[in-house]
Design a binder for this molecule. Structure first.
Ligand SMILES: CC(C)(COP(=O)(O)OP(=O)(O)OC[C@H]1O[C@@H](n2cnc3c(N)ncnc32)[C@H](O)[C@@H]1OP(=O)(O)O)[C@@H](O)C(=O)NCCC(=O)NCCS
Length: 154
């Protein structure tokens, strides 16, 4: 079940399958997307979860405090950290671990649909906005991409 672990002083990140992670990932998503942001439950659950790698962040006591997912095609999504844990590096650790997982699986281009309020967060990791803004689940988004491999010089 476990394929990666990372520990810091106050929280740790665990990466695994939907089978292992669904209940705890949904706890965070319910709090952040459904209750805080008002995303309809029906839009929160989709068929991509079953084929994705999921990163979860846990506090010292084993309570889940954040989540994110990586689809096989390199799409990152469902990034969420509980409000009381924001601004403490949890999102950075989750995204870093998902990028590392993508690299390990040979993904060449990462993509995500960023809420416009979170563009600066992803830009710190080298993601660049592409195209026009659009509304998804009632929230303004923009697509962002990051290439993981550079073309070889001639
Ligand atoms: C976006 C989110 C996952 C970031 O998680 P986090 O744990 O707060 O992020 P970190 O603490 O690792 O932040 C790293 C840096 O990014 C900045 N940052 C975090 N969220 C940001 C945001 N929404 N916009 C701009 N900068 C942001 C932080 O200020 C911090 O900068 P600093 O190191 O200069 O202080 C979290 O804020 C969240 O769950 N938001 C609600 C759900 C959401 O919007 N998800 C994104 C969907 S696309």
């Amino acid at each position: 079940m476990t394929n990666m672990n990372d520990f810091t002083n106050t929280f740790h990140i665990h990466v695994g399958s939907w089978n292992d992670m669904s209940e705890r990932a949904m706890q965070v998503r319910m709090t952040v997307f459904i209750k805080e942001q008002g995303v309809p439950v029906a839009l929160e659950c989709d068929s991509f979860d079953a084929v994705s790698q999921h990163a979860l962040a846990f506090d010292r006591n084993g309570k889940v405090i954040g989540t994110g997912r990586l689809l096989p095609d390199g799409h990152i999504g469902r990034m969420a950290v509980l409000p009381e844990w924001r601004g403490q590096g949890v999102g950075t650790a989750l995204l870093g671990k998902l990028i590392e997982t993508a690299e390990a699986h040979g993904v060449q281009t990462l993509a995500l649909n960023a809420q416009v309020g979170a563009v600066a967060f992803y830009a710190r990791f080298g993601f660049l906005p592409v195209g026009s803004e659009f509304v998804e689940a009632g929230i303004l988004h923009i697509a962002m991409i990051r290439h993981l491999t550079m073309a070889k010089p001639l």
